[in-house]
Design a protein around this ligand. Sequence first.
Ligand code: HEM
Length: 276
Amino acid sequence: MSKFQGAILAPIPAFARHLLWKIQDLAKVEFALDAIKEFIDGEKIAIGYGKKLVDLLGIENNQLKAFHPPVGAQRDIPSNEYDLWLWIRSAEIGELVHLQQLLESKLAGLFVLEDVVQCFKYKEGRDLTGYEDGTENPVDKDALNVAVGDMNDAYAVLQIWQHNLNRFHSFTPEEKDLLIGRRLKDNEEIEDAPDSAHVKRTAQESFEPEAFMVRRSMPWSDGCSSGLAFLSFEKNGMNAFESQFKRMLGLEDGVEDGLFRFSVPIKTSYFWIPEV
Ligand code: HEM
């Protein structure tokens, strides 16, 4: 029996890696997916297909598209198309090393591993700025309905943000709270925060239609740079993400999200999430 991938609804693990691949041998795509099939449980190893793979496999009625920076964006928003995404998750980095080696050996000559993003849980699930991330996530049945839906048609957005923590720490505690729109000390929302506050930009019920998503973002670091690997799931396409991101960029009202004062997106990719 096929079912949706459990990682979508599971809490974030202590460690995870995003393994991002491109097709190497066009003629052997199905063979490659068969080679890793037995390891994809949707929990420890979750899988997503990029646009090229969806097209090659002839998957019908699919809403996946390639990411393009929104029209009118005043910033450089790099897009990155990958054909395959494997999200490996564990309580230990050592296990991730072994899972990655296993997957690389199975996919050798078939897919090329183009990028690896090493993620970790910070404290009880905070961004590296210290702010709690995920508070307004839908839970239980609501999460299932938002991310997967009745048709099990789930999509993911992976957007890697690189923080400038020096710049972030040049702000006073009050300024930091107003960039986010929540107080660091108790996570309470600040009612009179400016329109640029991140949680005001992204308030899910303030969109028409409402723009709900399930976020499973985690901090990342490569030892030199760091930030947030934003990861969201929604059913039937990328509409919620696109509405929110446009507003974050100021494309609705000229007001840019406070996050841009210390962080920038350096990679954005869309994936369709098959059943397992
Ligand atoms: C540097 C990158 C980002 C950081 C550090 C960040 C951090 C946060 C924090 C601290 C919150 C408040 C707690 C919570 O409800 O989770 C939040 C809320 C939220 N963020 Fe982000 N976020 C980032 C990027 C994004 C992006 C790219 C989107 C979507 C395009 C997004 C969508 C949301 C949504 C939907 C909420 C909940 C809003 C609500 O309904 O109250 N975030 N984020």
